[in-house]
Design a protein around this ligand. Structure first.
Ligand code: CP
Length: 304
């Protein structure tokens, strides 16, 4: 059976931990003759219907360093932008490449692509979830703290796609995870069904108290530009500041998936400060993307 990565549940807890082990191994081997090339001779399609800097770089470089030929197709450059059904695009991809990664706003478009494609499909972000980002965040935490378990995680702000994947990770791995959001911006029942143990509050200081890792995201994600003003008003008490960090655990770390808006959801001296793992997580995007591509390729039926 092919291995799609639509959400972290497709990996399960053992799979997430294996990806973290493998991404650390690949990080250590990078630039050495021992670095594996399990995708040698294969092609990987990278579909981007939305802008990307980190995900595209990570997936494209990962494909090259694993031996594959990456083909980037942006929204406007494909016939899908002229109305070709996603199922037909999927059939073409399945006959042409070994692996597909796709960033597209509608989650159901991604699942339709995966259902109709013979090649494994990897979620490179939808409005619902962003599993690749959370794998990189976990890699960065593990590298900095030596573990991901036994830490207190606090998310401040809107329950974005990254937050939802964090809720899912917390459920899978049994992490202590709190989300603080203003009324109307927190997780819904479907989001909380992803995890049994998440604490939900409207109090950012209560969430941050004794937290080991504080996470946040932009207040206006792609596709939410029309509600920007209301979002700024509602979310301003959830800005991650040094004052907020003062109530956290000693040595608190901070994560933000980027792009960041300094002075909005996070202050510059926090984003660029000593506890920030933001740039480590950027580096980890490559290592975890490699581990995911290799995981998906390992079970592929060799059609293309
Ligand atoms: N965090 C993230 O996915 O970054 P990009 O939108 O630049 O890919």
């Amino acid at each position: 059976m092919k291995r799609d990565l639509i959400s972290l549940a497709d990996l399960g807890a053992p799979g997430v931990r294996e990806i973290l082990e493998e991404s650390s191994r690949l990080e250590r081997l990078r630039g050495t003759a021992a670095h594996p090339r399990p995708l040698a001779g294969l092609s990987v399609a990278l579909l981007f219907d939305l802008p990307s800097t980190r995900s595209r770089l990570a997936l494209e470089v990962a494909a090259v360093e694993l031996g594959a030929h990456p083909i980037v197709i942006t929204g406007e450059a494909s016939q899908a932008s002229r109305g070709e059904p996603i199922e037909d695009t999927a059939r073409v991809l399945g006959r042409s490449v070994a692996l597909v990664a796709c960033r597209t706003p509608k989650h159901t478009r991604l699942t339709a692509l995966a259902a109709a494609c013979a090649a494994p499909v990897i979620n490179a972000l939808t409005r619902k979830s962003h599993p690749l980002q959370v794998l990189a965040d976990l890699h960065a935490v593990r590298a900095a703290r030596g573990r991901v378990d036994g830490l207190r995680y606090a998310w401040l702000g809107d329950c974005t796609n990254v937050a939802r994947s964090w809720i899912e990770a917390a459920g899978l791995l049994g992490l202590d995870f709190t989300i603080a959001s203003p009324a109307g911006y927190g997780p819904g029942a479907a989001d909380l069904a992803l995890s049994g143990g998440v604490t939900v509050t409207e109090d950012p200081h209560a969430a941050a108290a004794n937290a080991d890792v504080i996470l946040t995201d932009t207040w206006v994600s792609m596709g939410f530009e029309d509600s920007a003003e209301g979002r700024h008003q509602a979310l301003s008490p959830y800005r991650v500041t040094r004052e907020l960090l003062a109530g956290a655990a000693p040595g608190v770390n901070v994560l933000h998936c980027l792009p960041a808006h300094r002075g909005e959801e996070i202050d510059a001296d926090v984003l660029d400060g000593p506890g920030s793992l933001v740039w480590d997580a950027v580096a980890a995007r490559l290592h975890t993307a490699k581990a995911v591509l290799a995981w998906a390729a390992a079970a592929r039926v060799p059609a293309a």
